[in-house]
Design a protein around this ligand. Structure first.
Ligand code: HEC
Length: 186
């Protein structure tokens, strides 16, 4: 899938899915499980929509249930990530100037690469315009970035998504999670 097709799919997903509106203050007042579920919504839907590239189960692979095939979603596995929480927060805020040849990690924090939030010590002016991270137009607050990273660390990093997290991911969870389990993911 080329980058334009991918962006079109991401744009389509934006039209079809509800936008999470929890503010930083709301997130701070939630109990841990509700907070992680808010992180899951950011992962799943715009304005995060991380699942578009990292896969719904965080492995970087997506599954097509109709044709029963796995395909590369374009982003690396978060289960295998060795990043600390702070490193992940920085990566999601800034995006990545590197491309893995398939896709690029978008920048989610609007003031990243400015003096307010330099990225790896650099400002936008330090790198050529055509090498800057992708801006999808979707912005996350610092609190939303923390929530999605905490969800990733709880549900994916160092492990595979389990039944409990799967059951909160899909509305029609029984059908989706049973198909997934039948493919040996658990
Ligand atoms: C358009 C595709 C795309 C989207 C959408 C996307 N990512 Fe990424 N992500 C990537 C790619 C590609 C990389 C690899 C970047 C690199 O190696 O420099 C990456 C890297 C990462 C990493 C670092 C993993 C590691 O250990 O190297 C984290 C963490 C991450 N993304 C989290 C997120 C989160 C959270 C979201 C949603 C808020 C998100 N990504 C949305 C494509 C995407």
């Amino acid at each position: 899938m080329n980058r334009t097709t991918k962006l079109l799919l991401v744009a389509l997903a934006l039209c079809m899915t509800p936008v999470l509106s929890a503010s930083g203050q709301d997130l701070k007042e939630m109990d841990r499980q509700t907070y992680l579920l808010a992180g899951q919504q950011i992962f799943k839907n715009p304005p995060g929509d991380c699942s578009a590239c990292h896969g719904w189960n965080g492995t970087g692979r997506a599954h097509d249930h109709i044709y029963a095939v796995d395909f590369d979603a374009g982003g690396p596995s978060l289960s295998l990530s060795k990043m600390t929480r702070d490193e992940m927060i920085h990566m999601v805020s800034c995006g990545s100037v590197a491309s893995n040849g398939v896709n690029v990690m978008p920048q989610y924090r609007p003031d990243a690469w400015t003096p307010a939030y330099p990225c790896w010590g650099k400002l936008a002016a330090d790198i050529p315009a055509d090498q800057r991270p992708l801006r999808t137009g979707w912005n996350l607050t610092h609190a939303q970035i923390e929530a999605v990273v905490d969800y990733i660390q709880d549900a994916y990093q160092g492990k595979l998504m389990n039944w409990d997290w799967c059951s909160t991911y899909f509305d029609d969870f029984k059908r989706m999670c049973e198909v997934w389990r039948d493919y040996g993911a658990q």
